[in-house]
Design a protein around this ligand. Structure first.
Ligand code: FES
Length: 324
C-alpha cells in the first residue's frame, strides 16, 4: 500500500512500494561498514555526493529517482536515514507535522491582531478562522443578552448525546468572559457556513421562522432556545441542527447527536489579543470508522484530512448570511 508523507511541510507525496524498497536498500548500504556513507563528504559536497553515492551503491539514479532523493532530503522519509547519518540532520529542515495544538494569534480580516474589547457583541456577521489546520474553520463569537450587553459564559459540562460522554467546556474569555470559539463544521453531516451560523437574539423568535432565506430557523430551534433560556443560537440550515453557544455549543435540537467542538481561547489582558490554544469536545470530522466519535480532540490534527497546521497566526474571514 502506498504510504503518505509530508514534503515541504505542506504537500503530500505517495511512497510507492518500489520507493520503499529503494529506501530500504539505501539504508542498508549506509549502515554497511564497507559502503559507509561519508557524512563529511556529504556536508561539504551536498546532493552531488548523495547522488553519486546512491548511484554507486544502490544504482538506478535516473531523473525520477533524483527528484525522489531531493524530496526525501526535506521529507519525513529521510528522518529514517538521518537517524543513522547524523550529518543529515543539520541540513534537513525539521519536518513540520502537527504533534499538538499550536498557540495561534487570531488576526482580523485585515491581518492585524484582533482586539477582544472591540469584538462586536451578538454580531450577525459570520466570523471564522482556521485552526488548528487550514481547512478547519471555527466561529469566533462575542456573546451577549437580548439588549446587546456582553454576558459572561461560565464553564460547564457538555454531554455528547450520541455516546453519553461528557467533557468540560472552559467558559468564555476576554474582558467580559463573553468570547467563545466553536468549530463551524456542523456535527451532523458537515455543513459549513453560511449554512451553519449564529442567529443573534433578534432572529430567535417565532416571527422569524417564516422569514425569507437564508434565515431558516425552525419552530423547534426557537422553542429549544426558549426552553434553554438562551437568547441566541447556532443553527445549521442544512437539516435544522441547533447548538447552544452559551453552554459549550451543546446540542439543542437534532439531527446532530454531537456538540460543536470548542476551540480553547486565551486572552492576553495586556495586549487585548486573542489566541487559540487547543480544542475540547468530539473531533470536528471525521468520526472514527464505526461512526462513533473517539472523544479525542487530537483527531483534529489529521493533516491528511484538513491540510497543514495554521502555525502561529490565523486570520478571520467574514460573511454576512443575512445580506440577501
Ligand atoms: S449538516 Fe447540519 S444539520 Fe445536517
Amino acid at each position: 500500500m502506498p504510504l503518505r508523507f509530508r514534503l515541504n511541510g505542506r504537500d503530500k507525496q505517495i511512497l510507492e512500494s518500489t520507493d520503499l524498497a529503494f529506501l530500504y536498500k539505501l539504508v542498508r548500504v549506509m549502515k554497511n561498514p564497507k559502503t559507509k556513507f561519508n557524512e563529511v563528504d556529504f556536508v561539504t559536497k551536498g546532493e552531488d555526493y548523495l547522488f553519486n553515492y546512491v548511484n554507486n551503491n544502490v544504482g538506478g539514479v535516473d531523473e525520477g529517482r533524483r527528484n525522489f532523493l531531493k524530496g526525501i532530503l526535506i521529507g519525513v522519509a529521510v528522518t529514517t536515514v538521518a537517524g543513522i547519518v547524523p550529518g543529515l540532520r543539520v541540513l534537513i529542515p525539521p519536518v513540520q507535522s502537527v504533534s499538538g495544538f499550536p498557540k495561534t494569534l487570531i488576526l482580523d480580516s485585515s491581518g492585524n491582531p484582533i482586539k477582544a474589547s472591540t469584538l462586536p457583541v451578538n454580531s450577525p456577521i459570520i466570523m471564522v478562522f482556521p485552526y488548528p489546520l487550514q481547512n478547519e474553520i471555527n466561529f469566533l463569537l462575542n456573546l451577549g443578552d437580548e439588549n446587546g450587553n456582553p454576558v459572561e459564559v461560565p464553564p460547564t459540562t457538555v454531554v455528547v448525546p450520541q455516546t453519553g460522554d461528557k467533557y468540560q467546556f472552559p467558559g468564555g474569555v476576554g474582558p467580559n468572559k463573553s468570547i467563545v470559539a466553536y468549530s463551524a463544521i456542523c456535527q451532523h453531516l458537515g455543513c459549513t457556513p453560511p449554512y451553519i451560523h449564529f442567529y443573534p437574539p433578534k432572529y430567535v423568535n417565532i416571527s422569524q421562522v417564516t422569514a425569507p432565506e437564508p434565515n431558516k430557523l425552525t419552530v423547534q430551534a426557537v422553542q429549544a432556545a426558549k426552553s434553554a433560556k438562551v437568547p441566541a443560537i447556532i443553527h445549521c440550515d442544512c437539516h435544522g441542527s441547533t447548538y447552544d453557544p452559551y453552554h459549550g455549543a451543546a446540542v439543542l435540537t437534532g439531527p446532530t447527536v454531537r456538540p460543536l467542538p470548542t476551540i480553547v481561547l486565551e486572552w492576553d489582558s495586556s495586549t487585548d489579543y486573542l489566541y487559540a490554544i487547543g480544542a475540547v469536545g468530539v473531533p470536528t470530522y471525521p468520526m472514527s470508522s464505526n461512526g462513533v466519535p473517539s472523544n479525542d480532540p487530537s483527531a483534529d490534527l489529521d493533516e491528511s484530512q484538513f491540510g497543514a497546521s495554521v502555525g502561529d497566526k490565523t486570520e478571520i474571514s467574514e460573511t454576512n448570511p443575512f445580506s440577501s
